[in-house]
Design a protein around this ligand. Structure first.
Ligand code: ZN
Length: 148
């Protein structure tokens, strides 16, 4: 592993991939989607309970794949719990900008700090797909993943 790639694997990423938050199955999920990143083989399933106030009342994920994909899913679920869908969308837009190295003005200072570990990925387009997989999967779950 070269040095610049090693730098990506900051403590935050390792910690989240080794000890993922919100990992498991949500039996009462109202929305669910599966995501797959064929470039790396990452798989993520996102389950959530959307409250009547459009808040993410609960969220969990399951998955398998590289450290970045799983750490990103863990970070995401950690941050989305309790947020409204509007806030979640803003967070997602900001995150995508951040990992691509663009201006992430949507993010509050606090949110940015939480996601900063992923900001070095812009030099590695393949890795950007790994990092954004969980977020796209969350988006799909909300848009078209209603559990009937
Ligand atoms: Zn990956």
């Amino acid at each position: 592993m070269d040095n610049s790639l090693r730098e990506l694997y900051q403590e935050v990423i390792l910690d989240h991939s080794r000890h993922p938050r919100h990992f498991g199955v949500l039996d009462n999920a109202t929305h669910k989607a599966e995501g797959y990143n064929p470039l790396c083989g990452d798989r993520v399933t996102v389950m959530l309970v959307l409250g009547e106030d459009s808040r993410v009342a609960d969220i969990k994920f399951q998955g398998k794949g590289c450290a970045i994909s799983q750490a990103s899913a863990s970070l995401m679920t950690d941050m989305l719990a309790g947020r409204t869908l509007d806030e979640a969308q803003k967070l997602m837009d900001g995150f995508v900008h951040l990992v691509k190295g663009d201006d992430a003005g949507e993010l509050s200072a606090d949110d940015r700090e939480h996601l900063e570990a992923m900001s070095g990925l812009s030099e590695f387009p393949m890795r950007v797909k790994c990092a954004t997989l969980a977020w796209h999967t969350f988006h799909n779950a909300v848009e078209e993943g209603a559990v009937t």
